[in-house]
Design a protein around this ligand. Structure first.
Ligand code: IVH
Length: 758
């Protein structure tokens, strides 16, 4: 059965995950990251290596990018450090200590440059960057007032750090006094330990029977974060300065200038710091530093690029935890060869058949790997989604020797296959034509990379996944009825839950059950059963968006569910529109099919049969009643709902079994009307704002990002719904239209005054 919570197993493109799969994987990743954070930051006892940590975090970020609603403020992607250890005093950071976005491929560097140029509205003008090694240690913020070191704080959670002032004073690279420094100066940089000092420390620890450290970074962290400063003094820590926090006066006009100023003040700065004219020069420095890495005598794990001009850095600003003006270009992860023992198929909620490689266990980057994703049928055969060869067209077979990598992704992938070691009797992998869980035909639609089980609710794998989704946090979220319980109930003989509606009859069935009552079973007691039934009862009242989302319809994620709920307000309105729109939905599909077939014919494929099928559907559906056309238009006009979502919804509602299950469920519910929520309170919250003309103090992207962060909706054109037009010089038709409609018009300064201080 599918197990997508086991994220160390298989990784699929986040865009292919259902929300429940994404949520399950997200939860598992988040808890693993939280545990790793605690182990690392609080206990100085890391439970995983860096590459894995980074990979987990990247995967989490990728999932959040595909499913933005999963990104809550407490997500590990929003945390830049870890929990604070007890025993240290706390120091709030005046300026947050942030993290860096990671880049892995050479192209990421171009993207970084492109993004910055776009954000700044910078054409081909010069844009220089600094490049410097990314030191693998732990960051520290040193506060100097009137040239005297008064405080040293670790990063902590980015907002509040641990007070390690006494410990920092024992580090010789950290000056206690500065001459000629601004009145207030917070210097930030990395505390690290050299390879030689690390080896000597471990030897001493071993001789004394004390614990040894896994790597120099752990040794540095463990040494700095000692409650007894005399222990820190005995440990050879070093410090490189590379950034700053609170300042009473700017250090310089450029990053390079600021680094030189810090060096002049007596800090160690990295001698490999270079000024670069653009992405090509950055890559050259990356290669240079990579080559020198082994001989540096301390650990680095990449190269950090920063916009050199500090005024531009200020304009670029920050995302939630990372600056837009910097990026860490990490060194590549490890590769390893192993044998692919078996190819297995997992079945997801929407019936997607995902192939998984079961491997002979192998260590990659310090982690034992025994599974890798094979994505889909084409990938196994050596083709990408566009039919282009991957691995030069080499297919993957059971018994093959495959090269595994973990760069950029949590779940290992297969980079290559060694044909020289392919067993003589090996056969090409035949992708199943039936579902391995229920035996229904597995169908791959035109243009879809994924092969799906057509069994719908008949398929136990799909049914269980649907139920797991139904009870998930953003769906019905029933206390005491999680994924595990739902799986157990699914298999239960006496009190089965096979469809969502069964959840709401559980209490009555239990009451009528003479022998195997729930309260008498292992793991259940009187109280937990009472609580469960109460929790279920409570959920009979359900918000419309939750209900729509909970149905687990393909392409209908949390955001689409919200959009639909916002638009229709009531369940009946949604259901009526979908029913009314059905003929138009079919006509849309037919037109799509015909178009695809025409394209296929143009490409010389022989698809006669399909074409005629498409035509007959088209003819049948050509005479779409006016009401149906109107209902369909209403549906696809909803912001965020396109034909793909609309068609998927329409199919689900028109499928007799699915509709019966939905109706049964809704019969037990009192669906609440959708209530709009206001996210942030500001003068522009909930307002629709349009920017027009030339903005002189910010680019459109900056203006838009700022307005949205304050809860405004930024639209591209003026309409009766527009609340505010911000017009710069050269504003034309939009300003005219705004005047006609009586929309408030302000200039850029007016806008800045309005949002000032927010
Ligand atoms: S700049 C606002 N430069 O990497 C960003 N960070 O992954 C300030 N790090 O938290 C950071 N070497 O602990 C910067 N040359 C360098 C660095 C560096 C190591 C660490 C730092 C940061 C982490 C982000």
């Amino acid at each position: 059965m599918a197990d997508f919570t086991d994220h160390s197993n298989v990784q699929r493109d986040p865009a292919e995950l259902s929300l429940s799969e994404a949520r399950a994987e997200h939860a598992a990743l988040a808890s693993e990251l939280e545990a790793a954070n605690l182990a690392y930051h609080r206990d100085d006892a890391p439970v995983m290596d860096d590459a894995r940590y980074d990979a987990l975090k990247r995967r989490l970020a990728a999932i959040e990018a595909a499913f933005p609603t999963l990104k809550t403020p407490d997500s590990p992607t929003e945390q830049v450090g870890g929990a604070l250890a007890e025993g240290f005093g706390k120091i709030p950071h005046v300026v947050r200590m942030l993290s860096l976005e990671n880049a892995f491929a050479d192209e990421d560097v171009d993207d970084f440059d492109d993004r910055i140029r776009k954000y700044l509205g910078w054409g081909a003008q010069d844009l220089s960057y600094t490049a410097e090694p990314k030191i693998d240690g732990l960051s520290l913020s040193l506060r100097y007032e009137n040239g005297v070191l008064i405080q040293a704080a670790t990063r902590g959670d980015g907002e509040t750090g641990e007070n390690v002032t006494e410990n920092a004073r024992t580090i010789t690279d950290i000056p206690q006094h500065l001459t000629g420094a601004p009145e207030v100066l917070e210097v930030r940089g990395e505390v690290y330990m050299s390879h030689a000092d690390f080896a000597a420390l471990n030897a001493r620890q071993e001789a004394a029977g004390a614990k040894t450290f896994a790597n120099p970074r752990n040794a540095a962290a463990g040494s700095l974060r000692q409650l007894d400063a005399s222990i820190t003094r005995s440990r050879p820590l070093r410090f490189f300065a590379y950034a700053w926090g609170d300042l009473s006066q700017p250090l310089a006009e450029t990053q390079m200038g600021a680094i030189e100023r810090l060096a002049a003040l007596g800090f160690q700065t990295n001698p490999l710091t270079r000024l670069c004219a653009g992405p090509e020069a950055l890559r050259a420095v990356y290669r240079e530093i990579e080559q020198r890495r082994a001989g540096l005598g301390y650990d680095i794990d990449g190269v950090v690029y920063k916009v050199n001009d500090l005024a531009l850095q200020a304009r670029l600003g920050f995302r939630s935890t990372t600056p837009r003006w910097a990026i860490a270009h990490k060194f590549p992860a490890e590769l390893a060869w192993t044998r692919l023992e078996k190819i297995e198929i997992q079945v997801g909620r929407t019936g997607a058949l995902s192939p998984v490689a079961r491997l002979s266990p192998v260590t990659v980057g310090g982690v034992v790997v025994s599974n890798a994703t094979l994505h889909n049928e084409d990938y196994i055969q050596g083709r990408d989604s566009k039919g282009q060869p991957i691995r030069e067209g080499r297919d993957i077979r059971e018994g093959d020797w495959v090269q595994i990598y973990r760069a950029g992704d949590v779940i290992p992938k297969i980079k290559d296959v060694d044909l020289a070691r392919r067993p003589g009797d090996s056969v090409a992998y035949a992708f199943p034509t039936t579902c391995p869980e229920c035996g229904s035909p597995a169908v791959r639609e035109e243009g879809d990379a994924v092969c799906r089980c057509s069994g719908g609710l008949i398929c136990p794998a799909q049914a269980v996944e649907k139920l797991r989704h139904f009870v998930s946090r953003a769906a019905f979220d029933i206390e005491g009825l999680g994924a595990k319980q739902v799986e157990a109930f699914f298999a239960d003989e006496t009190l089965p839950i096979r469809t969502p509606a069964d959840i709401f009859t559980l209490a009555t069935r239990d009451a009528a059950e003479p022998l195997r009552k729930l309260k008498n079973r292992d793991g259940w007691g009187e109280k937990s059963v009472t609580n469960l039934f109460a929790a279920i009862e409570e959920r009979r009242h359900i918000a419309l968006n939750r209900l729509i989302f909970a149905l687990g319809i393909r392409h209908v994620g949390e955001v689409a569910a919200q959009d639909l709920a916002r638009h229709f307000g009531r369940w009946e309105a949604l259901a009526e529109t979908l029913d009314a729109a059905r003929p138009a939905a079919l006509a849309h599909r037919a037109a799509d099919l015909a178009e695809a077939e025409e394209r296929a014919i143009a490409l010389g494929h022989n698809r006669r049969a399909k074409v005629s099928e498409a035509r007959s559907v088209a003819i049948a559906a050509a005479d779409v009643p006016r009401g149906a056309a109107r209902a369909w238009a209403d549906l696809v006009a909803i912001d965020g709902i396109g034909p793909v979502v609309a068609l998927s919804l329409s199919d689900a509602f028109a499928n007799p079994e699915e509709r019966a299950a939905i109706n049964d469920l809704v019969g037990f519910l009192e669906v609440q009307e959708f209530v709009k929520q206001v996210a942030v309170a500001s003068p522009v919250t909930g307002k629709t704002v349009v920017f027009t003309g030339t903005l002189e103090k910010m680019t459109r992207a900056e203006a838009k990002a700022r307005a949205e962060s304050l809860g405004a909706k930024v639209a591209g054109s003026v309409s009766a719904k527009t609340d505010l037009l911000v017009a710069g010089p050269g504003a034309g038709s939009k300003a005219k239209k705004a005047a006609e409609l009586g929309v408030t018009v302000i200039d850029e300064d007016g806008w800045l005054a309005l949002i000032e201080g927010l």
